[in-house]
Design a protein. Structure first.
Length: 352
């Protein structure tokens, strides 16, 4: 029992799963097939946001000016440390509430664990990491469910609330809106380097520190009327989640590649060929809708699967200075990265 564990060496959780973090997501084209249904969404006028727009969470109108937010997210290990894995997975799940402009209220855990291989002690550390993340964001980890599974995975189901007038969706951008991204890209590249044993010790903290940073600025963004649309960038990469916003809003987008925040160290591993498999799956789904991304650097950063990535903000040009100042005060990237434009035909993304 647990004969695969060597007590003299730390367990590398990333070696026990075929994917990592939000890179485990099923590609957009395949997801379209899975979500097809003759039934559609149950007709309920109080359901303000369902799965039809591929938004970050479901939203239900409580009828008193408040809305209930419900979401779930889980994945396999993206780091080797059990406690950090729990913190990252929990932070990532709670981000979906912030991406709706809302405030989280409570969470319950989702745990799959190969007990025979990894034992209960490591699982306890994962759950404790999740509990710590919830504590840091001021909500209880109130329960959950666990199963014995062939690969480890962990996440949360999260409940939140938002004032109806502060609700932000991913399909309500307007032509001329300015785009901001609150975390740099490259987490997938660094995570792939770690999984392949190539990550330099001095770089080990970079992705982790970004992934455990909460997107709590979403609450303040929810209060800005000039913020027209909001989403978080996770497994489909920047281009994938931006294209969801374009399709939902019936708009195109222009990106200034040099303005997009990127982790400098990620370029080192890109040059060494540490491409996440999820990047290629994402790009296969996106390539026909993106112009100006012919170089490998552009392709890989734009399609890089982010875990607990930043918020992608669409705001009126007249609100851009206020958003920039808000992000600056929060010590987040505050430079616009592009804009939404009117679309002629199917929405497209142009990269300058």
């Amino acid at each position: 029992m647990m004969d695969s564990l060597n007590k003299t060496e730390p367990v590398r959780l990333t070696q026990y799963s075929h994917g990592a973090g939000c890179g485990c997501k099923i590609a957009p084209a395949q997801l379209e097939v899975i979500l097809k249904s003759a039934l559609g969404t149950f007709p309920d006028p109080k359901l303000l946001v369902g799965y039809g727009t591929r938004d970050d969470a479901a939203v239900y109108d409580l009828g008193d000016g408040r809305c209930l937010i419900s979401t779930t997210d889980f994945f396999s290990p993206i780091v080797d440390d059990a406690f950090d894995f729990g913190r990252i997975a929990a932070t990532n799940a709670i981000s979906d509430v912030y991406a709706m402009g809302g405030k989280p209220l409570l969470a319950v855990a989702i745990l799959g664990w190969p007990i025979e291989k990894l034992g209960p002690d490591l699982a306890q550390q994962v759950v404790e990491g999740g509990r710590q993340a919830c504590h840091d964001m001021g909500i209880p980890l109130a329960g959950g469910h666990s199963i014995d599974a062939p690969e480890p995975f962990f996440g949360l189901a999260v409940t939140g609330e938002v004032k109806k007038e502060h609700l932000k969706r991913n399909d309500t951008a307007l032509a001329g809106d300015v785009l901001f991204l609150t975390k740099p890209l490259g987490v997938g590249l660094l995570s792939t380097a770690q999984k392949r044993g190539k990550l330099r010790p001095e770089h080990a903290h970079i992705a982790r520190d970004l992934m455990v940073r909460p997107n709590s600025v979403g609450v303040e963004l929810g209060g800005l009327g000039g913020v027209h649309a909001l989403t978080d960038v996770t497994g489909f990469g920047l281009a994938g989640h931006l294209l969801e916003m374009c399709n939902g809003s019936g708009l195109g987008a222009r990106l200034q590649f040099d303005a997009i925040p990127r982790i400098p160290e990620a370029a080192v591993y890109l040059a060494e060929g540490c491409y996440p498999d999820g990047s290629f799956r994402n790009w296969k789904s996106l390539a026909a809708s993106v112009d100006g991304a012919a170089s490998m650097e552009r392709m890989m950063f734009l399609s890089d699967p982010q875990t607990s990535g930043g918020l992608l903000i669409a705001c009126a040009r007249t609100e851009a200075d206020n958003v920039s100042e808000l992000l600056r005060r929060a010590d987040l990237p505050d430079r616009p990265i592009g804009e939404f434009v009117s679309a002629v035909g199917p929405p497209r993304i142009e990269v300058k």
